[in-house]
Write a protein that binds this ligand. Sequence first.
Ligand code: NAP
Length: 257
Amino acid sequence: MGAYALEGRTALVTGGSRGIGRAIARRLGRDGATVAVGYARDERAARDVVEGVRADGGRAFALRAELGRHGDAAALWEAFDAEIEAHSPGGGVDIIVNNAGIGRSSDLAGLTEEAFDEVFAVNVRAPFFIVRHGLERLRDGGRIINISSGVARLAMPEIIAYGATKGALDNFTLNLAKQLGPRGITVNSVAPGIVDTDVNAGWLRGNAEAEAYAASLAALGRVGQPEDIADIVAFLASDDARWVTGRTIDATGGAGL
Ligand code: NAP
């Protein structure tokens, strides 16, 4: 895939300020897309990503939108509409990457209704309504890419509600793909395994034993890096992936084979 494969396109990446989303935003920016870098709290991190895209010769802007509350998706698009004209006259969007997500969860015995509601609100309800309100802005031939997780397929009862959110997201992918196929819009999930981001920093970084364990879960024998996931997203966003839709693409480096 050459650079500038996405020239003239606009991409929204939720949670684009850190971790996997940051790598996705940087990669789509390098590929020529104008990137809206979504974030909730860490404005500095979002600005760093925007500056990084610009340093690579691309176009990006930061978009603050806290997800997980009623009205969050409508507010996100309102903020997007207010910004996009300055960057891409005429507005609209070609690629929506639903990446923002939270991992806070527990086993069933430790699960509270509040924690269940929170993880579903951010990981499931927000993508549903981002797409619902985004469809009028999403051009025909566009892309929706949902960042799922290997745990939608691999049992991990320690984080049972989180796993359920990703199962729901994959089902959303399936149904959306069927609904949007006639418009030439493809919809896919990408399902990472353990990736070296802030979510895992506490138990993984600097702990050789934990790292060896995490690496041993992947057939390819290492912990995933954000760029491993971003490159797959870039493929799905490109014209080369035009004939793939409704699928969950495994991005675990071969976990649970
Ligand atoms: P991360 O490093 O914690 O980054 C999360 C990003 O999402 C940040 O940009 C953050 O912005 C944003 N975000 C968090 N809560 C938000 C909210 N309520 N509203 C709006 N934005 C919010 O996460 P990550 O590890 O890169 O994970 C990204 C996605 O990959 C998630 O969907 C996750 O479930 C999935 N995933 C991760 C792994 C892994 O091992 N890391 C494995 C499988 C799947 P702020 O900093 O401004 O809050």
